[in-house]
Write a protein that binds this ligand. Structure first.
Ligand code: ZN
Length: 400
């Protein structure tokens, strides 16, 4: 028996008027899921424990079977693992975004945050800009590490877990009230604007019509994580396929192998087919029992507030990834169980994550009948199945 999770980050949503009152999942053309769903168990899972924030970190930990209340120590420590940074127990890791702020005359605090991703800046461009700030800020207390695209890492030696605001939660707002209380953090963000706004690379980006990557933004502080081994926990050899450092870090922490897929970039035009085939190959040829295929695109399109692109992301996920996984597994003759779900909703309405339970689809290739429901938020509810502790979804997948 082989086990697969396809995680469409943030794909759950709410009914949207411009889609005729349908959600993006309901509206999207998804022949692969439409074929599997009626034969499957469709239900809801609460991935975010009460009182915790609906992050991709807490939610993906839960989907992989780690109770966030027990294992979560912050987002960026997980990303640090993926970059290969070995944290000391006294280190604090912080996510260091490179973001786009407005450029009008006046104080830093009065600026507006325009884009948390600087137009999904390339890692190469980001590395050049990070070098420029590193030259000024790096010392025995603060260490910068290049991650991927707009997502980078600051290690604060003997620091503390300070409360910080995720930039994607305050898009289009004035930044003053969202800046760190910590004096030094605030000062570094402020100065980074002076260093970056007129950096030659940013002038070039502006000339090309791209958003300038003109400020650092720190958030997601946390201490070194200690996950238990996925293999010891489940007896299954697992692999992770994701473009996102957070997921790769969770995999490192859980002792799972990361598979790098060329062209997988966390964006709308990621290499869906490559991820599907890499997952199937890991299961059928490389001895893996379990594969977690994570696709960031629906979440990013939700943050961008683009209904059309979010629908497109779900269609690509279905037609270019889920279809291939199911067809190739069917062809192989191996029995398999396939769980399709998001980690959390990222509704277009609010352009950020919410804590509502998410719909899941659990398909078992041995079963030829199910509830007869299509996969959607409403049908998850209609089924009457609610998995209250999301971290137990993995038991449902691996259970039989
Ligand atoms: Zn997410």
């Amino acid at each position: 028996m082989k086990y697969i999770i396809v995680l469409g980050d943030g794909m759950a949503d709410e009914p949207i008027e411009s889609l005729g009152g349908k959600t993006p999942i309901e509206y999207a053309d998804t022949p692969a899921m439409d074929r599997l769903a009626p034969l499957s168990e469709v239900g809801l899972a609460a991935t975010i424990p009460d009182g915790m924030k609906p992050g991709s970190d807490t939610a993906n930990l839960a989907v992989l079977g780690y109770n966030p209340q027990k294992y979560y120590t912050g987002r960026s420590p997980l990303e640090a693992l993926s970059i290969g940074v070995d944290m000391k127990t006294t280190d604090i890791a912080l996510r260091c975004n490179i973001v786009t702020l407005s450029e009008e005359e006046g104080p830093y605090e009065e600026r507006t945050i325009i884009d948390h991703s600087s137009d999904e800046i390339s890692t190469e461009d980001a590395a050049v800009l990070l070098d420029a700030v590193k030259e000024v800020f790096e010392n025995e207390t603060y260490h910068f590490h290049v991650g991927t695209s707009y997502r980078h890492l600051l290690i604060w030696e003997k620091g503390e877990v300070v409360d910080l605001t995720p930039p994607h939660d305050v898009l289009t707002q004035k930044i003053g009230q969202h800046l760190p209380q910590d004096e030094k953090m605030r000062e570094m963000m402020k100065k980074s604007f002076d260093i970056l706004n007129h950096h030659p690379l940013n002038e070039k980006r502006a000339a090309e019509g791209k958003n300038k990557a003109n400020s650092l933004w720190f958030w997601g502080a946390g201490t070194r994580p200690a996950l238990s081994s996925f293999y010891e926990k489940t007896g299954k050899k697992g692999v992770m396929i994701s473009a996102v450092d957070l997921l790769k870090g969770i995999a490192v922490g859980a002792g799972m192998r990361n598979i790098e897929v060329p062209g997988a970039n966390g964006g709308l035009n990621t290499n869906y087919e490559g991820k599907a085939l890499a997952g199937v190959k890991a299961l059928l040829e490389e001895g893996a029992d379990f594969v977690y295929i994570h696709v960031e695109a629906p979440d990013e399109m939700g943050h961008q507030g683009s209904v059309e692109k979010k629908v497109k992301a779900i269609e690509y996920l279905d037609q270019r990834l889920i279809r291939i996984v199911a067809e190739e597994m069917d062809k192989s003759g191996e029995d398999y169980r396939l769980l399709i779900m998001p980690d959390h909703p990222t509704p277009i309405r609010c352009r950020t994550h919410v804590s509502d339970p998410v719909p899941y689809l659990l398909y078992d290739s041995r079963k030829k009948s199910g509830q007869g429901l299509l996969y959607s938020e409403a049908n998850g509810k209609k089924s009457g199945i609610l998995v209250k502790e999301g971290y137990r979804m993995i038991d449902r997948l691996l259970g039989e």
